[in-house]
Design a protein around this ligand. Structure first.
Ligand SMILES: [Mn+2]
Length: 419
Protein backbone atom coordinates (compact mmCIF):
# COMPACT_ATOMS: atom_id res chain seq x y z
CA UNK A 1 0.00 0.00 0.00
CA UNK A 2 1.46 3.40 -0.86
CA UNK A 3 1.66 6.28 1.58
CA UNK A 4 -1.50 8.03 0.39
CA UNK A 5 -3.65 4.89 0.54
CA UNK A 6 -2.30 4.12 4.01
CA UNK A 7 -3.24 7.64 5.08
CA UNK A 8 -6.76 7.40 3.63
CA UNK A 9 -7.35 4.12 5.45
CA UNK A 10 -6.08 5.63 8.70
CA UNK A 11 -8.18 8.75 8.18
CA UNK A 12 -11.32 6.62 7.83
CA UNK A 13 -10.58 4.72 11.01
CA UNK A 14 -9.90 7.90 12.98
CA UNK A 15 -13.05 9.44 11.50
CA UNK A 16 -15.11 6.63 13.03
CA UNK A 17 -13.56 7.53 16.39
CA UNK A 18 -14.57 11.15 15.92
CA UNK A 19 -11.12 12.47 14.97
CA UNK A 20 -10.52 14.58 11.86
CA UNK A 21 -6.90 13.85 10.88
CA UNK A 22 -6.84 16.52 8.15
CA UNK A 23 -7.66 19.16 10.79
CA UNK A 24 -5.08 17.70 13.16
CA UNK A 25 -2.39 18.03 10.48
CA UNK A 26 -3.46 21.56 9.53
CA UNK A 27 -3.50 22.62 13.18
CA UNK A 28 -0.02 21.29 13.99
CA UNK A 29 1.54 23.12 11.05
CA UNK A 30 0.84 26.42 12.85
CA UNK A 31 2.17 25.52 16.30
CA UNK A 32 5.67 26.90 16.94
CA UNK A 33 8.19 24.78 18.84
CA UNK A 34 11.47 26.30 19.95
CA UNK A 35 14.69 24.54 18.92
CA UNK A 36 17.58 24.96 21.36
CA UNK A 37 20.89 25.94 19.76
CA UNK A 38 22.90 24.30 22.57
CA UNK A 39 22.40 20.69 21.44
CA UNK A 40 24.78 21.45 18.56
CA UNK A 41 27.91 22.22 20.59
CA UNK A 42 27.45 20.60 24.03
CA UNK A 43 26.35 23.91 25.64
CA UNK A 44 29.79 25.48 25.11
CA UNK A 45 28.73 28.80 23.57
CA UNK A 46 31.07 31.36 22.02
CA UNK A 47 31.87 33.81 24.82
CA UNK A 48 34.21 31.82 27.04
CA UNK A 49 36.57 28.82 26.99
CA UNK A 50 35.99 27.35 30.45
CA UNK A 51 34.11 24.23 31.50
CA UNK A 52 30.36 23.81 31.67
CA UNK A 53 29.23 24.76 35.20
CA UNK A 54 25.96 25.36 37.03
CA UNK A 55 25.34 21.73 37.93
CA UNK A 56 24.61 20.63 34.36
CA UNK A 57 26.65 18.18 32.34
CA UNK A 58 26.95 16.85 28.82
CA UNK A 59 28.26 13.33 28.48
CA UNK A 60 29.84 11.62 25.48
CA UNK A 61 32.43 12.61 22.90
CA UNK A 62 30.90 11.79 19.53
CA UNK A 63 33.00 13.43 16.82
CA UNK A 64 31.88 16.40 14.74
CA UNK A 65 30.83 19.00 17.32
CA UNK A 66 30.17 22.47 15.88
CA UNK A 67 33.04 24.76 16.93
CA UNK A 68 32.07 28.12 15.45
CA UNK A 69 28.89 30.12 14.83
CA UNK A 70 29.12 29.19 11.12
CA UNK A 71 29.33 25.47 11.90
CA UNK A 72 26.51 25.66 14.42
CA UNK A 73 24.25 27.44 11.94
CA UNK A 74 25.18 25.00 9.19
CA UNK A 75 24.37 22.03 11.43
CA UNK A 76 21.13 23.59 12.56
CA UNK A 77 20.15 24.14 8.94
CA UNK A 78 20.73 20.48 8.21
CA UNK A 79 18.56 19.55 11.20
CA UNK A 80 15.81 21.98 10.15
CA UNK A 81 15.57 20.31 6.75
CA UNK A 82 14.57 17.07 8.47
CA UNK A 83 11.96 18.46 10.87
CA UNK A 84 8.31 19.02 10.02
CA UNK A 85 6.35 21.89 11.54
CA UNK A 86 6.86 25.46 12.59
CA UNK A 87 10.12 26.29 14.35
CA UNK A 88 11.41 29.00 16.62
CA UNK A 89 15.09 29.50 17.45
CA UNK A 90 16.13 29.26 21.11
CA UNK A 91 19.40 31.01 22.01
CA UNK A 92 21.45 31.36 25.16
CA UNK A 93 23.28 34.62 25.82
CA UNK A 94 26.59 32.72 25.73
CA UNK A 95 26.04 32.36 21.97
CA UNK A 96 26.78 36.06 21.35
CA UNK A 97 28.85 36.47 18.20
CA UNK A 98 31.75 38.93 18.50
CA UNK A 99 33.83 40.47 15.73
CA UNK A 100 37.44 39.32 15.49
CA UNK A 101 39.36 40.56 18.54
CA UNK A 102 36.22 41.94 20.19
CA UNK A 103 35.03 40.77 23.61
CA UNK A 104 32.16 42.11 25.66
CA UNK A 105 31.30 40.65 29.04
CA UNK A 106 27.81 39.41 29.76
CA UNK A 107 26.70 42.51 31.66
CA UNK A 108 27.38 44.63 28.56
CA UNK A 109 26.17 42.52 25.63
CA UNK A 110 23.69 44.11 23.28
CA UNK A 111 21.61 43.53 20.15
CA UNK A 112 24.58 43.93 17.83
CA UNK A 113 26.14 40.75 19.20
CA UNK A 114 23.13 38.83 17.96
CA UNK A 115 22.64 40.42 14.54
CA UNK A 116 23.86 37.30 12.74
CA UNK A 117 21.37 35.17 14.65
CA UNK A 118 18.57 37.58 13.76
CA UNK A 119 19.47 37.31 10.06
CA UNK A 120 19.58 33.53 10.39
CA UNK A 121 16.14 33.45 12.03
CA UNK A 122 14.52 35.94 9.66
CA UNK A 123 15.78 34.15 6.55
CA UNK A 124 14.14 30.98 7.87
CA UNK A 125 10.95 32.69 9.04
CA UNK A 126 11.56 31.87 12.69
CA UNK A 127 10.96 33.85 15.87
CA UNK A 128 13.62 33.78 18.60
CA UNK A 129 13.48 32.84 22.28
CA UNK A 130 16.24 33.84 24.63
CA UNK A 131 17.97 32.80 27.86
CA UNK A 132 20.39 34.81 29.94
CA UNK A 133 23.34 32.52 30.77
CA UNK A 134 24.00 32.34 34.53
CA UNK A 135 26.63 29.57 34.33
CA UNK A 136 29.99 28.70 32.73
CA UNK A 137 31.54 32.06 33.60
CA UNK A 138 34.26 33.36 35.91
CA UNK A 139 31.85 35.69 37.69
CA UNK A 140 29.83 32.80 39.09
CA UNK A 141 31.12 33.14 42.66
CA UNK A 142 31.05 30.08 44.93
CA UNK A 143 28.34 28.61 42.70
CA UNK A 144 26.07 31.64 43.07
CA UNK A 145 24.87 34.41 40.75
CA UNK A 146 21.56 36.20 41.40
CA UNK A 147 21.43 34.91 44.97
CA UNK A 148 25.05 35.68 45.86
CA UNK A 149 25.76 37.50 49.13
CA UNK A 150 28.55 39.33 47.27
CA UNK A 151 27.19 42.69 46.12
CA UNK A 152 29.43 43.02 43.04
CA UNK A 153 28.66 39.49 41.85
CA UNK A 154 24.95 39.99 42.21
CA UNK A 155 25.12 43.36 40.45
CA UNK A 156 26.98 41.85 37.49
CA UNK A 157 24.36 39.17 37.01
CA UNK A 158 21.43 41.56 37.44
CA UNK A 159 22.97 43.72 34.70
CA UNK A 160 23.26 40.58 32.57
CA UNK A 161 19.56 39.90 33.04
CA UNK A 162 18.65 43.46 32.13
CA UNK A 163 20.86 43.37 29.03
CA UNK A 164 19.05 40.19 28.01
CA UNK A 165 15.66 41.86 28.31
CA UNK A 166 16.84 44.55 25.89
CA UNK A 167 18.14 41.88 23.50
CA UNK A 168 14.87 39.93 23.81
CA UNK A 169 12.87 43.01 22.86
CA UNK A 170 15.18 43.52 19.87
CA UNK A 171 14.53 39.92 18.77
CA UNK A 172 10.76 40.42 19.03
CA UNK A 173 10.82 43.67 17.07
CA UNK A 174 13.03 42.22 14.34
CA UNK A 175 11.19 38.92 13.91
CA UNK A 176 7.70 40.29 14.76
CA UNK A 177 7.25 37.30 17.07
CA UNK A 178 7.17 37.67 20.89
CA UNK A 179 10.37 36.52 22.59
CA UNK A 180 10.12 34.16 25.57
CA UNK A 181 12.99 35.06 27.90
CA UNK A 182 13.71 32.37 30.44
CA UNK A 183 15.65 32.91 33.65
CA UNK A 184 17.31 29.88 35.19
CA UNK A 185 20.22 29.80 37.58
CA UNK A 186 21.98 26.79 39.09
CA UNK A 187 22.51 28.70 42.33
CA UNK A 188 22.72 26.37 45.28
CA UNK A 189 24.88 24.33 47.64
CA UNK A 190 26.49 20.92 47.47
CA UNK A 191 26.08 20.40 51.18
CA UNK A 192 23.64 21.44 53.84
CA UNK A 193 23.36 25.23 54.11
CA UNK A 194 22.67 27.12 57.31
CA UNK A 195 20.54 29.78 55.64
CA UNK A 196 17.99 28.65 53.08
CA UNK A 197 15.93 31.82 53.05
CA UNK A 198 18.68 34.45 52.61
CA UNK A 199 19.68 33.33 49.09
CA UNK A 200 16.03 33.21 48.10
CA UNK A 201 15.35 36.71 49.40
CA UNK A 202 18.32 37.92 47.35
CA UNK A 203 17.18 35.91 44.32
CA UNK A 204 13.71 37.47 44.52
CA UNK A 205 15.17 40.95 44.76
CA UNK A 206 17.51 40.29 41.81
CA UNK A 207 14.64 39.05 39.65
CA UNK A 208 12.62 42.14 40.54
CA UNK A 209 15.54 44.37 39.57
CA UNK A 210 15.89 42.54 36.25
CA UNK A 211 12.19 42.85 35.50
CA UNK A 212 12.33 46.56 36.40
CA UNK A 213 14.10 47.07 33.08
CA UNK A 214 11.43 48.71 30.91
CA UNK A 215 10.05 46.45 28.18
CA UNK A 216 6.88 45.85 26.19
CA UNK A 217 5.07 42.92 27.82
CA UNK A 218 3.48 41.98 24.52
CA UNK A 219 6.96 41.54 23.01
CA UNK A 220 8.94 39.95 25.83
CA UNK A 221 7.60 37.09 27.94
CA UNK A 222 9.84 36.64 30.97
CA UNK A 223 9.81 33.21 32.64
CA UNK A 224 11.40 31.70 35.73
CA UNK A 225 12.52 28.06 35.59
CA UNK A 226 12.79 25.90 38.69
CA UNK A 227 15.08 22.98 39.45
CA UNK A 228 15.31 20.39 42.17
CA UNK A 229 19.09 19.87 42.20
CA UNK A 230 22.22 19.84 40.03
CA UNK A 231 25.49 17.91 39.86
CA UNK A 232 27.57 19.24 42.75
CA UNK A 233 24.53 21.20 43.93
CA UNK A 234 22.66 18.37 45.61
CA UNK A 235 21.56 19.77 48.95
CA UNK A 236 19.95 23.07 48.12
CA UNK A 237 18.73 24.96 45.05
CA UNK A 238 17.64 28.57 45.54
CA UNK A 239 15.27 28.50 42.55
CA UNK A 240 13.17 25.56 43.73
CA UNK A 241 9.72 24.71 42.36
CA UNK A 242 7.95 26.54 45.18
CA UNK A 243 10.19 29.59 44.82
CA UNK A 244 9.78 30.09 41.08
CA UNK A 245 6.09 29.23 40.98
CA UNK A 246 5.38 31.68 43.80
CA UNK A 247 7.48 34.33 42.10
CA UNK A 248 5.59 33.95 38.82
CA UNK A 249 2.24 33.93 40.60
CA UNK A 250 2.99 37.19 42.40
CA UNK A 251 4.61 39.11 39.52
CA UNK A 252 2.30 40.23 36.74
CA UNK A 253 3.44 39.09 33.31
CA UNK A 254 6.04 36.63 34.60
CA UNK A 255 5.45 33.03 33.47
CA UNK A 256 6.38 29.84 35.28
CA UNK A 257 8.56 27.54 33.18
CA UNK A 258 8.54 23.82 33.90
CA UNK A 259 11.43 21.70 32.67
CA UNK A 260 10.35 18.07 32.96
CA UNK A 261 13.90 17.12 33.93
CA UNK A 262 13.81 19.39 36.96
CA UNK A 263 11.54 17.45 39.31
CA UNK A 264 11.81 14.38 41.48
CA UNK A 265 11.81 11.32 39.21
CA UNK A 266 8.27 10.21 40.09
CA UNK A 267 6.71 13.65 39.62
CA UNK A 268 4.93 14.10 36.30
CA UNK A 269 4.92 17.43 34.50
CA UNK A 270 1.98 16.21 32.40
CA UNK A 271 -0.15 16.48 35.54
CA UNK A 272 1.28 19.88 36.45
CA UNK A 273 0.40 21.45 33.08
CA UNK A 274 -3.40 21.60 33.57
CA UNK A 275 -2.89 22.56 37.22
CA UNK A 276 -0.96 25.68 36.23
CA UNK A 277 -3.29 26.46 33.33
CA UNK A 278 -6.10 26.89 35.86
CA UNK A 279 -4.27 29.92 37.25
CA UNK A 280 -1.85 31.28 34.63
CA UNK A 281 -2.94 32.77 31.28
CA UNK A 282 0.32 31.50 29.78
CA UNK A 283 3.01 29.03 30.85
CA UNK A 284 6.26 27.76 29.34
CA UNK A 285 7.83 24.33 29.05
CA UNK A 286 11.28 22.87 28.56
CA UNK A 287 10.84 19.43 27.09
CA UNK A 288 13.56 16.90 27.81
CA UNK A 289 13.99 13.27 28.86
CA UNK A 290 15.38 12.77 32.32
CA UNK A 291 16.83 9.33 32.99
CA UNK A 292 17.26 8.81 36.78
CA UNK A 293 18.06 12.53 37.07
CA UNK A 294 18.04 15.63 34.86
CA UNK A 295 20.28 13.85 32.40
CA UNK A 296 18.89 15.69 29.37
CA UNK A 297 18.61 12.71 27.07
CA UNK A 298 17.11 13.18 23.60
CA UNK A 299 13.31 13.50 23.70
CA UNK A 300 11.56 10.34 22.49
CA UNK A 301 7.96 9.50 21.61
CA UNK A 302 7.55 7.90 25.03
CA UNK A 303 4.67 7.75 27.50
CA UNK A 304 5.34 10.94 29.45
CA UNK A 305 6.16 12.95 26.32
CA UNK A 306 2.83 11.85 24.85
CA UNK A 307 0.98 12.67 28.07
CA UNK A 308 2.45 16.17 28.22
CA UNK A 309 1.33 16.88 24.66
CA UNK A 310 -2.11 15.44 25.38
CA UNK A 311 -2.60 17.70 28.39
CA UNK A 312 -1.78 20.79 26.34
CA UNK A 313 -4.17 19.80 23.55
CA UNK A 314 -6.96 18.60 25.89
CA UNK A 315 -6.76 21.86 27.81
CA UNK A 316 -7.18 23.68 24.48
CA UNK A 317 -3.95 25.46 25.38
CA UNK A 318 -1.76 25.22 22.26
CA UNK A 319 -1.87 29.02 22.20
CA UNK A 320 -1.08 29.40 25.90
CA UNK A 321 1.92 27.11 26.32
CA UNK A 322 5.33 28.16 24.99
CA UNK A 323 7.11 24.93 24.09
CA UNK A 324 10.87 24.61 23.87
CA UNK A 325 13.18 21.62 23.67
CA UNK A 326 16.04 21.45 26.19
CA UNK A 327 18.44 18.52 26.09
CA UNK A 328 22.03 17.88 25.09
CA UNK A 329 23.57 14.57 24.20
CA UNK A 330 27.21 14.46 23.08
CA UNK A 331 27.18 10.68 22.73
CA UNK A 332 25.45 10.46 19.34
CA UNK A 333 25.44 12.50 16.15
CA UNK A 334 24.32 15.92 17.40
CA UNK A 335 22.32 16.82 14.29
CA UNK A 336 20.45 13.53 14.57
CA UNK A 337 19.87 14.27 18.27
CA UNK A 338 18.19 17.54 17.34
CA UNK A 339 16.07 15.82 14.69
CA UNK A 340 14.95 12.86 16.82
CA UNK A 341 13.92 15.16 19.67
CA UNK A 342 12.07 17.62 17.50
CA UNK A 343 10.29 14.92 15.52
CA UNK A 344 9.35 13.13 18.75
CA UNK A 345 7.66 16.22 20.18
CA UNK A 346 5.92 16.80 16.84
CA UNK A 347 4.71 13.20 16.94
CA UNK A 348 3.46 13.69 20.48
CA UNK A 349 1.50 16.79 19.49
CA UNK A 350 0.06 15.14 16.38
CA UNK A 351 -0.88 12.08 18.42
CA UNK A 352 -2.61 14.34 20.94
CA UNK A 353 -4.50 16.07 18.12
CA UNK A 354 -5.55 12.62 16.84
CA UNK A 355 -7.04 11.65 20.21
CA UNK A 356 -10.85 11.72 20.60
CA UNK A 357 -10.59 13.93 23.66
CA UNK A 358 -14.28 14.89 23.84
CA UNK A 359 -15.35 11.28 23.76
CA UNK A 360 -12.84 10.32 26.45
CA UNK A 361 -13.90 13.23 28.63
CA UNK A 362 -17.54 12.17 28.38
CA UNK A 363 -16.68 8.64 29.47
CA UNK A 364 -14.85 10.06 32.48
CA UNK A 365 -17.67 12.41 33.43
CA UNK A 366 -20.21 9.58 33.15
CA UNK A 367 -17.94 7.42 35.28
CA UNK A 368 -17.73 4.78 32.53
CA UNK A 369 -14.21 3.92 33.63
CA UNK A 370 -14.10 0.43 32.10
CA UNK A 371 -14.82 1.80 28.63
CA UNK A 372 -12.43 4.68 29.23
CA UNK A 373 -9.59 2.30 29.99
CA UNK A 374 -10.37 0.10 27.01
CA UNK A 375 -10.61 2.98 24.54
CA UNK A 376 -7.42 4.59 25.84
CA UNK A 377 -5.62 1.25 25.43
CA UNK A 378 -6.98 0.65 21.93
CA UNK A 379 -5.99 4.11 20.75
CA UNK A 380 -2.39 3.04 21.25
CA UNK A 381 -2.57 0.67 18.27
CA UNK A 382 -4.43 2.98 15.89
CA UNK A 383 -2.52 3.57 12.61
CA UNK A 384 -0.96 6.82 13.78
CA UNK A 385 2.19 6.19 11.74
CA UNK A 386 0.27 6.74 8.51
CA UNK A 387 -0.97 10.13 9.73
CA UNK A 388 2.58 11.07 10.74
CA UNK A 389 3.93 10.12 7.31
CA UNK A 390 1.25 12.25 5.66
CA UNK A 391 2.17 15.20 7.91
CA UNK A 392 5.87 14.86 7.03
CA UNK A 393 5.03 14.70 3.32
CA UNK A 394 2.79 17.79 3.52
CA UNK A 395 5.60 19.63 5.35
CA UNK A 396 8.08 18.62 2.63
CA UNK A 397 10.40 16.68 4.92
CA UNK A 398 11.49 13.03 4.70
CA UNK A 399 9.42 10.42 6.52
CA UNK A 400 10.62 7.91 9.07
CA UNK A 401 13.22 5.34 7.94
CA UNK A 402 14.43 7.76 5.23
CA UNK A 403 15.88 10.85 6.90
CA UNK A 404 18.81 9.09 8.55
CA UNK A 405 20.43 8.74 5.11
CA UNK A 406 20.77 12.52 5.16
CA UNK A 407 22.54 12.36 8.53
CA UNK A 408 25.02 9.80 7.18
CA UNK A 409 25.70 11.91 4.09
CA UNK A 410 26.12 15.11 6.14
CA UNK A 411 28.44 13.41 8.60
CA UNK A 412 30.66 12.19 5.76
CA UNK A 413 30.65 15.46 3.85
CA UNK A 414 30.72 18.05 6.64
CA UNK A 415 31.17 16.85 10.22
CA UNK A 416 33.89 14.27 9.60
CA UNK A 417 36.53 16.90 8.86
CA UNK A 418 36.15 18.56 12.27
CA UNK A 419 38.70 17.93 15.02
MN1 LIG B 1 15.61 23.77 31.08
Amino acid sequence: MDRKDAYLAAKELYDRLGVDTDSAIACLKEVPVSLHCWQGDDVKGFDQDGPLTGGIQTTGNYPGRARTPQELMQDMDQALRLMPGKKKLNLHASYAIFDDGEFVDRDRIGPKHFEKWVSFAKERNMGIDFNPTFFSHNKVKDGLTLSSPDVETRKFWIEHGRACIRISEYFAKETKVPCVMNIWTGDGYKDIPADRMGPRLRYRDSLEQILAEPFDRKLVKPCVESKVFGIGVESYTAGSAEFTLSFAATHEGCLPLMDNGHYHPTEMVSDKIPALLVFFPEIALHITRPVRWDSDHVVLFDDETREMAKEIVRSDALGRVYMALDYFDAGINRVAAWVVGFRSWQKALLNALCTPNERLRKLQDQNRMTELMILQEELKTCPFGAVWEEYCAQCGVPGDRVWFEEIVRYEQEVQKGRA
